[in-house]
Ligand binder design. Structure first.
Ligand code: 5AD
Ligand code: SF4
Length: 454
């Protein structure tokens, strides 16, 4: 069923983004193009003339949320603007989306981003699906609308060359393509001149950066060069693969002021047997040594991780080993998932033999354990002086939230810390997921020099 009437001109747009930081970054380019076309951002998905879903298919749950969102559009009242779907699900199931959801007028892959203006024009007349190829360099060069003037995400590579048995990313995003070092450093330079002080370097596996380039530049060198750009005060990066994380990256983090004391290092499992079946290329002992080395070389480093429970064949003993590893490493925070079979991945061929109820029990048990460890990690920060980049509004009125150099979330009083500012604060208390702080000094405000609070 097509909506009763469809708006034929576009003045406003809204984007809903699912999935990883790379998707968030892609959405910034989509938004940048929308702004360039003269559309205005609206916070309301219902009222937008153009509603875009940037999708993720890494787990079934994320895909189901998209289907739920699209299904509910069919029941929405009133005139509906143009609905577009882009990102990973668009790449893998574009035609199916158009077939199942008459409300969707446009499906495009990220490679088609440069053609977005023409695609939108065309889809006001007829439904369009474009998942064709162009050079990534062209996409990286497209305008972006960043949600914060002080921080920006910069990809160092696209795609992934690994073959982790559960993971659909290499199938939808392709093999690893590193950006030339000079492109990355130039982009960071331009951002710094525009007032950006924090850079987050993105890649599915940042540590294998450069393997596919003629020019031999390591990720550690990229870190050094980015951190050396005048005006850049904080550099974070994700995601690191434990197998490829070299000592030189840790040494760079300890020596180079702007490199933040933060490492996202997905372990996935604590069982050697499961790690082997996942094709991760390291065992639990190696992971523990790497994490210990990171803590030794980079004092005060915060380490976070991803863990999957219920991978095919995972028995109680394997799971106990995961709990063991979590107790040993004491992650500052962890993202924990139930295994979700993805078509086309190597593990798709294995029997998904851990019952859902058991996966849920393991996830709950693991979350309880990690929850306590996270609280301990936060409590250790009590009284500490931290530097916080304020990123957005908090849950309660008058509050703002930001992140420390170690990536811990800090809630501050909005009257003390303006949105889009860099401040120093004293940690006054610790909650279950975040810290509460009192601002000591506003260092930068919207890219300008700030003032000391009396
Ligand atoms: N099932 C469950 N979790 C998955 N992840 C990736 N693929 C799957 C899957 N099929 C998790 C991994 C990865 C994170 C981004 O998502 O832990 O690190
Ligand atoms: Fe997926 Fe493994 Fe590549 Fe990460 S490293 S994107 S988990 S294949």
């Amino acid at each position: 069923m097509m909506s009763a009437s469809r708006r034929t001109s576009i003045r406003s747009y809204h984007i809903r983004t699912f999935g990883c930081q790379m998707n968030v970054h892609d959405s910034e380019h989509v938004a940048g193009l929308c702004e360039q076309m003269g559309y205005e951002w609206t916070g309301s998905a219902d009222e937008a003339d153009l509603l875009i879903f940037n999708t993720c298919c890494v787990r079934q749950g994320a895909e189901d949320r998209l289907w739920g969102n699209l299904a509910s559009l069919a029941h929405a009242e009133g005139a509906r603007g143009l609905v577009a779907v882009c990102g990973c699900v668009a790449e893998s199931r574009g035609v199916e989306i158009l077939a199942r959801f008459p409300e969707v007028g446009l499906v495009f892959g990220m490679e088609a981003l440069g053609r977005l203006p023409q695609l939108i024009e065309r889809s006001l007349v007829a439904r369009v699906c474009d998942t064709g190829e162009v050079e990534e360099a062209e996409i990286d060069a497209l305008p972006a609308r960043r949600e914060n003037t002080l921080r920006a995400r910069v990809p160092v590579s696209h795609g992934c060359d690994n073959n982790c048995a559960y993971c659909v990313v290499p199938l939808v995003r392709g093999g690893e393509r590193s950006r030339p070092a000079s492109d990355i450093v130039e982009e960071v330079g331009a951002l710094a001149r525009a007032g950006v002080v924090e850079i987050e370097l993105l890649g599915q596996n940042v540590n294998s950066y450069g393997g596919d380039l003629d020019e031999k530049v390591s990720f550690a060198e990229i870190l050094g060069r980015v951190a050396g750009v005048p005006g850049i005060r904080r550099v974070k990066f994700e995601t690191s693969h434990p197998r490829d994380l070299g000592r030189e990256v840790l040494v760079a983090m300890s020596e180079c002021g702007p490199l933040c004391e933060y490492l996202h290092l997905p372990v996935q499992s604590g069982s050697d047997r499961v790690l082997k079946a996942m094709n991760r290329g390291y065992d639990a002992g190696y992971y523990k040594e790497t994490a210990a080395l990171a803590r030794q070389i980079v004092p005060g480093i915060k380490i976070t991780t991803d863990i999957i429970v219920g991978f095919p064949g995972e028995d109680r003993e394997d799971f106990e080993r995961t709990l063991d590893l979590v107790r040993t490493v004491e992650f500052d925070a962890a993202y924990m998932f139930m295994y979700s079979p993805r078509e086309g991945t190597p593990a798709w061929l294995l029997e998904d033999d851990v019952p859902v109820a058991e996966k849920k029990r393991r996830l709950a048990e693991l979350s309880r354990l990690q929850g306590k460890i996270t609280v301990n990690s936060l409590e250790k920060m009590s009284g500490a002086r931290v530097e916080v980049l304020v990123e957005g509004l908090g849950r309660d009125p008058g509050q703002v939230v930001g992140r420390t150099r170690g990536n811990q979330v800090v809630v501050l009083d909005g009257s003390e810390a303006p949105l889009e500012s860099l401040v120093t604060a004293r940690v006054v208390s610790a909650g279950r997921h975040s810290l509460k702080g009192r601002v000591y000094e506003v260092l930068l405000e919207g890219g300008r020099q700030g003032t000391r609070r009396e």
